[in-house]
Design a protein around this ligand. Structure first.
Ligand code: PLP
Length: 394
């Protein structure tokens, strides 16, 4: 038996363990330090009451013979797909068919699993800095990876370069880690490029719920032509605090045809073969996100995080520090002051302000010199962290 030796080509990710180690070591020698963590990408607010009620009532259904559910449809229950269909229609003006929507246990799984339906000799284009899953899942398959540079000049929104050939293109907007979000015109350039190259765009919309500016898109299907060249991944994780509950969805339009084959058909075959669906109580809980009650409660949580982001960006404005994100994103990506390197700035913040963030260098070469703060923390702690930052950097 031979192993998949591509796994040996994966770089160990020490980012979050290094952060944890450095923070723990500092705390050990400074036991009185009151450390505030603004580095986490996880949510902190609990599930909305409407979601919990739906989950509870679905659990009750499972204990009664008449309403008990065994295996469900691999692609998800109709009630959830219909709710997502209505959400796209109302929020984005995008019309989908129910059979174009596939319910998943989160965006991360499907972002990795989708590669099953693509050949291994495709060339992949990924932005740098980047959410590490795109790179690692392609290293596992030994695909050739080409990077496109995000930097301060392009606002961390790299645009297509005709001289670069690509078959699979990753776009994450609003972006993790940079918080940068593409506008309609920029995404149209990507759609046109993909169609010209015969490529597919894998559009990660995990943070779409944070978009409030009118010129930005929440779904790539708002852009004309995208249904012929893009698959969209989304998640309840950041919209509704489902990071520990696990539910998401993937859109594979019927109009995606490559090598004369519908990708929807391939993905359906892949899912029915390798996946047995998301549990009924979780899908019921997810559907409750879209009820009027659920929507109102979730908006409150999103507004809470958005206000945290506003508090952080207001301080950066005051300090004259360059950043992206924070407006249509829970992430704030800032340029380390005085040309500092990411880890040097991490050490400075930890030791002089007792605030923990995430060094940009951990997300790719182009992340060096930048730093990620998140708006997912507690309001009072965020305010306190910002005061400490101002005191230190003024
Ligand atoms: N995509 C991006 C860009 C993310 O940042 C994350 C999680 O942090 C995910 C996908 C994963 O989402 P899920 O919890 O649905 O697997």
């Amino acid at each position: 038996m031979k192993i998949n030796s591509n796994y040996l080509n994966l770089k160990e990710s020490y980012l979050f363990s290094d952060i944890a180690k450095k923070t723990a070591a500092y705390k050990e020698s400074n036991p009185d330090a009151d450390i505030i963590r603004l580095g986490i990408g996880d949510v902190t607010l609990p599930l909305a009451p409407a979601v919990v009620d739906a989950m509870r009532s679905a659990a009750d259904d499972m204990g009664v013979k008449e309403s008990f559910k065994g295996y469900g449809p691999e692609q998800g229950y109709g009630f959830l797909k219909d709710a997502i269909k209505a959400y796209y229609s109302e929020e984005d003006g995008v019309e989908l068919e129910a059979d174009e929507i596939f319910i998943s246990d989160g965006a991360k799984s499907d972002l990795g699993n989708i590669l099953d339906i693509f050949a291994k000799d495709n060339t992949v284009l990924v932005p740098d800095p980047v959410y590490p899953v795109y790179v690692d899942t392609n290293i596992m398959d030994d695909r050739k990876i080409v990077y496109m540079s995000g930097n301060a000049d392009n606002g961390f929104r790299p645009l297509p370069d005709d001289s670069v050939d690509a078959d699979i293109i990753y776009i994450c907007s609003p972006n993790n880690p940079t918080g940068a979000a593409y506008n309609h015109a920029e995404l149209k350039l990507w759609v046109d490029y993909a169609k010209k190259k015969g490529a597919i765009i894998l559009f990660d919309a995990a943070y779409e719920a944070f978009v409030s500016s009118k010129e930005l898109v929440r779904s790539i299907y708002e852009v004309e032509g995208a249904k012929e060249c893009a698959i969209e991944f989304c998640s309840f994780s950041k919209i509704a605090g489902f990071t520990g509950t696990r539910c998401g969805w993937t859109i594979v339009p019927q109009t995606l045809v490559y090598d004369g084959v519908k990708l929807n058909k391939l993905w359906l075959r892949r899912q029915t073969t390798k996946f047995n669906g998301v549990s009924y109580p979780i899908q019921k809980a997810a559907a409750a996100v879209f009820t009027p009650e659920g929507r109102a409660q979730i908006k409150q949580n999103l507004d809470y995080y958005k206000e945290n982001a506003r508090i952080i960006t207001a301080a950066l404005d005051e300090l004259g520090i360059w950043y992206t994100g924070g407006v249509n994103s829970p992430y704030i990506w800032l340029k380390c002051p005085n040309g500092m390197k990411s880890w040097d700035f991490f050490d400075l913040l930890l030791t002089k302000a007792n605030v923990v963030g995430t060094p940009g260098a951990g997300f790719g070469e182009m992340g060096e010199g930048f730093f990620r703060l998140t708006a997912f923390g507690d309001r009072e702690r965020t305010k306190e962290a910002v005061e400490r930052l101002k005191k230190l950097l003024k």
